[in-house]
Design a protein around this ligand. Structure first.
Ligand SMILES: [Fe+2]
Length: 372
């Protein structure tokens, strides 16, 4: 697995050469577009196109910017929307492209009664982080008043994606560590998710084999091989959660991002160990149509370990070497005082995918564990 190396620049060239893709709406990050090197790579490829650029400013996807993108999309009516950026940029593009007909966007997202009938235009995405796998998933996150909502539907899945490790390698370690951990958490959560099946298990297993082997090297000693590997691991984790969805660590992570500004993968890392331990300790109460113990064994085997305590230490070691702060207090989060505020931003329905049922008092105990 250590010899993965690829770049999709040529495939991207082929797509952009198509004469019927003349008008292009480019959605990108305000700074990352230049910093990642994307602007350099795309300059030539886009030079004969009619181009409109939307640079997103917000650090996570929220309603006002989404509205602006929808307006740009309708005004410009491009042949192709090209999203170049991290998970937020990709989520904006996916959502905007299916909600152009919406009459009252805010209410429809709040109540999940949006109607998705078609895509407005073709969507191509180029992730500049290796993490979310948003280039292959059929849902997207949008925050309204700091609360996370999902927009879901097959039409959200991008038509094309291009993995270009040259753009990912340029990211800061802060971005890479968080995004990379997102891929790791998504693969682990997928393996124990109630909705998992043989196909998602196969994607998640392959993803985890690659990420465990490459994550720290990619942070400390980055090269095109380990960066390609992490792009691939993230992509596979995206395929896995497309089927299985995520579980509790993801469900409770969103308020840490919207209230305290902790980036997504980092926010997920804050409770991953504790939910895994809870799930393992209560394995006899598992409410799923597979053997949960077998799934944990798959995870332990990939890490070359054989029990939950060693795996817990293994994850702690990964987080500490990746400099993902694990202490709520050091992140400016008063977990005891703010607990009700945090939990009010969690969609309890989303927790139903956890293999062990979680009641409110379990949840509180898991999140406000004294050891943190
Ligand atoms: Fe995630």
């Amino acid at each position: 697995m250590s010899n993965i190396s690829f770049s999709s620049v040529n495939e991207l060239k082929v797509l952009l050469k198509e004469k019927n893709l003349q008008k292009i709406l480019l959605i990108c990050g305000e700074n990352s577009f230049e910093a990642s090197g994307a602007s350099k790579i795309l300059k030539d490829l886009l030079k004969n196109k009619e181009l409109k650029i939307f640079k997103k400013k917000f650090s996570y996807p929220e309603l006002n910017e989404l509205n602006q993108i929808i307006e740009s999309l309708k005004d410009f009516s491009p042949d192709l929307m090209l999203a170049v950026g991290g998970g937020s940029v990709i989520d904006y593009a996916k959502t905007a492209n299916v909600l152009t007909e919406s009459k009252n966007l805010k209410n429809e997202i709040l109540n999940s009664n949006y109607e998705i009938k078609k895509k407005f235009t073709k969507l191509a995405v180029i992730p500049t982080t290796a993490g979310s796998g948003a280039e292959v998933t059929a849902n997207a996150v949008i925050y309204i008043d700091k609360v996370k909502y999902s927009v879901e539907g097959n039409f959200l899945r991008p038509d094309f994606f291009f993995l270009i490790p040259e753009l990912v390698i340029t990211g800061s370690n802060k971005i890479k560590s968080s995004a990379g951990f997102d891929a790791i958490a998504q693969a682990i959560e997928s393996l124990i998710s109630k909705k998992s099946n043989d196909k998602s298990v196969s994607f998640a297993k392959q993803s985890l084999e690659i990420s465990f082997e490459n994550y720290l090297n990619y942070l400390n000693n980055p090269n095109i091989e380990n960066t390609s590997a992490m792009c691939f691991a993230a992509n596979l984790a995206g395929e896995a959660i497309s089927i299985s969805k995520t579980t509790a660590p993801h469900a409770v992570s969103y308020p840490f991002t919207s209230i305290y500004g902790v980036s997504h993968g980092h926010a997920v890392s804050l409770t991953l160990n504790k939910f895994l331990k809870f799930n393992y300790v209560n394995i006899k109460d598992a409410n799923c149509n597979f053997d949960l113990k077998e799934r944990f064994k798959i995870i332990f085997d990939i890490a070359k370990l054989n029990n939950i305590n060693d795996f817990d230490k293994f994850l702690d070691n990964l987080k500490s070497k990746a400099k993902l702060e694990n202490n709520f207090k050091n992140l400016g989060i008063d977990i005891k005082n703010d607990y009700s505020k945090i939990i009010s931003g969690v969609n309890m329905l989303r927790l139903s995918n956890n293999p062990i049922e979680l009641n409110p008092s379990d949840l509180k105990k898991i999140i406000i564990d004294k050891s943190l």
